[in-house]
Design a protein around this ligand. Structure first.
Ligand SMILES: Cc1cc2nc3c(=O)[nH]c(=O)nc-3n(C[C@H](O)[C@H](O)[C@H](O)COP(=O)(O)O)c2cc1C
Length: 200
């Protein structure tokens, strides 16, 4: 599939083949696609939690108001992001460049994020969401279906996964072999409502 076909083909699916196992190679291909998403200053805030424990999946399903894909999809990811990643050895985000460039970028990014908690959080969510879309497109390309979710009790899920301080949950993402077609699209807005020229 070319990229535009893959974008068209990606749909949210809630029913999955419970028996299907995704190979490690395919799973890692999807995660690595997520890791190639762009991030501000290459900070890569994402931390992907792969839930392998069946009992944990069941508890997460309870916290997600019974959504079946939480236990029935082959894989369940909880995409989280570290809001303080900008301040945690940021040199490593530019390890492939020269020391001079690295120092310049690290100083710039620290000045940009320091004391701006709202921006630190926004940025973490932005990065995680970008990664999520890459993972969904990679999954589609590999013949899987996905279900992004925010329909869960954030506090309960944070507790169940022992979400560390300074981390946010971006979304859950179920991945597997869908067993139903997607519903017809809910309906996209008209282009002229969402595409605005020059100013509001
Ligand atoms: C951040 C996010 C959270 C979502 N949460 C849920 C959810 O909890 N349960 C669900 O069934 N669908 C959920 N969806 C799926 C949306 O309903 C779906 O993406 C939308 O209707 C468009 O359909 P499509 O993904 O098939 O194009 C979520 C989607 C996103 C991006």
């Amino acid at each position: 599939m070319n990229t535009l076909d893959t974008i068209q083909a990606r749909r949210s699916i809630k029913q999955f083949d419970k028996k299907h196992l995704i190979s490690d190679v395919d799973f890692q291909t999807m995660i690595k696609a997520g890791m190639l998403a762009p991030t501000s200053f290459n900070i890569q805030h994402w931390r992907f939690l792969q839930i392998t424990d069946k009992e944990k999946r069941r508890q997460l399903q309870d916290a997600a108001w019974g959504q079946v894909q939480v236990t029935e999809a082959s894989e369940l990811l909880i995409i989280t992001a570290n809001t303080k990643a900008w301040d945690q050895q940021p040199e490593r985000y530019w390890k492939n460049t020269t020391e001079e460039t690295r120092d310049t970028l690290v100083n710039m990014l620290k000045d940009f994020y320091r004391d701006r908690e709202w921006l630190q959080r926004d940025e973490a969510i932005r990065s995680g969401a970008m990664a999520a879309q890459n993972i969904m497109l990679a999954a589609t390309e590999l013949g899987y279906q996905t279900s992004p979710m925010i329909g869960f009790d954030m506090e309960k899920v944070s507790e169940l996964i022992r979400l560390p301080e300074n981390h946010v949950i971006v979304m859950m993402l179920a991945i597997g072999k869908g067993t139903t077609d997607a519903w017809p699209r809910g309906g996209q807005l008209e282009l002229d409502e969402v595409l605005i020229k020059d100013h509001f």
